[in-house]
Design a protein around this ligand. Structure first.
Ligand SMILES: [Zn+2]
Ligand SMILES: [Zn+2]
Length: 368
């Protein structure tokens, strides 16, 4: 019997304590894949878990934003989840959670809410098949875990982020319903916000970002935002709401998207919208942080609120196609500004946490 390759993975033993461990890479189940990690990004949620701030996850193998190369195909796999033929050596992007197709959410067709989504997420490293996260040389793509071939010509550095922020934003905005000529307010021009600007732009919407950090304002303009309301200048909710009215013929925005991740931003959003406007809540993801809210204003304005977590898995394929079509239009390549070896994961997390870098990528070395 041929010997199995040995892989290295990084796991969290307890908050802020990382360990590295080697394991034999297992053989894939018939509907699974063995992949080599080509690039793994450090996302905000990893920082959250690493610091011990995540409500459930306190340990386990880290990483979920990834681009990988198929090294072994399970015997039943011939195509990706869009029916495109695949073979060993192909670059793929996997959805980072499971769609079990059997729980009550999946039965309702709400695949993004699968009750078993995190069945294999952040598992302890000793549990087979070990390679549960992407801060690793190898990554195990499970049965029921959607994955898609990366379009030819798409820069791997750009593709590596598709399975988190962009897929999430495209799904959220589609659920909210952005129409041609709508005005969309984006509260916060971080990673989610820039993707929201780009996607709303491509839908033919006008975009207004609410932001107050110079570097982020600059980026928002590079991503084609039409106007920025700088909250250092417009420093109250009333001032920002008035400014947005000025920019929308005195009416208010058709759509607003909360991607600031601040509870007060959610309360503010309804004041930026027109009567009958649509609101997408996506940035606040940690329960237990509260804010004052004016439900009477909500009713009077008859605002529709949509909130989403994760995305329907086929959105990842749309996100990859969006990037393949638009990566020359928007400076996606500039967003990844720091590459680290897997052995420097500690440094990558620290620099991401202190915002010394915007988006860090881990690039593991492979022996061939
Ligand atoms: Zn992420
Ligand atoms: Zn399910």
């Amino acid at each position: 019997m041929a010997s199995r390759p040995i892989g290295t993975l990084v796991y969290l033993d307890e908050p802020e304590k990382l360990e590295t461990q080697e394991y034999e890479v297992p053989e894939p189940e018939p509907s699974a894949l063995i992949t080599e990690v080509v690039r793994a990004n450090v996302c905000g949620s990893e920082l959250h878990i690493w610091r011990g701030h995540h409500p459930q996850v306190k340990e386990g193998v880290l990483g979920h934003e990834v681009l990988c190369r198929i090294s072994e195909l399970g015997e039943d796999i011939e195509t990706d989840y869009a029916g495109q033929p695949i073979e060993e050596g192909d670059l793929i992007a996997p959805v980072y959670y499971i769609t079990c197709q059997q729980c009550h959410s999946c039965q309702e067709g709400q695949f993004h809410l699968c009750q078993n989504a995190y069945r294999y997420w952040s598992k302890p490293p000793e549990e087979a098949p070990h390679f549960h996260g992407t801060f690793s040389t190898h990554y195990y793509v499970h049965p029921d875990q959607y994955f898609y071939k990366v379009p030819a010509g798409l820069d791997p550095g750009i593709a590596a982020g598709a399975n988190c922020a962009l897929s999430q934003v495209m799904f959220g905005l589609d659920e909210t319903g952005v129409e041609y000529d709508d005005t969309v307010v984006i509260q916060g021009a971080g990673g989610l916000g820039l993707n929201a600007i780009a996607y709303a732009n491509e839908q033919g919407a006008k975009t207004i970002a609410v932001e107050g950090v110079d570097g982020r304002i600059e980026r928002a303009y590079e991503f084609g935002v039409d106007h920025v309301v700088d909250f250092r200048e417009y420093d109250t909710v009333d001032a920002r709401s008035e400014r947005i009215k000025e920019l929308t013929d005195g009416i208010g925005a058709d759509v607003a998207v909360e991607v600031a991740g601040v509870p007060a931003a959610f309360a503010e959003g309804i004041h930026l919208l027109r009567d009958g406007g649509r609101y997408l809540e996506m940035g606040n993801v940690s329960p237990g942080h509260t804010t004052e809210f004016d439900p009477g204003a909500l009713t009077r304005k008859s605002i529709d609120i949509t909130s989403v977590v994760r995305y329907n898995p086929w959105y990842l394929n749309r996100a990859l196609e969006f990037l393949a079509e638009n990566s020359d239009t928007y400076p996606y390549a500039d967003l990844i500004d720091a590459e680290f070896a897997l052995t420097d994961v500690e440094e990558a997390l620290h620099k991401s946490d202190t915002r010394a870098v915007t988006r860090a990528t881990l690039i593991p070395e492979h022996e061939h």
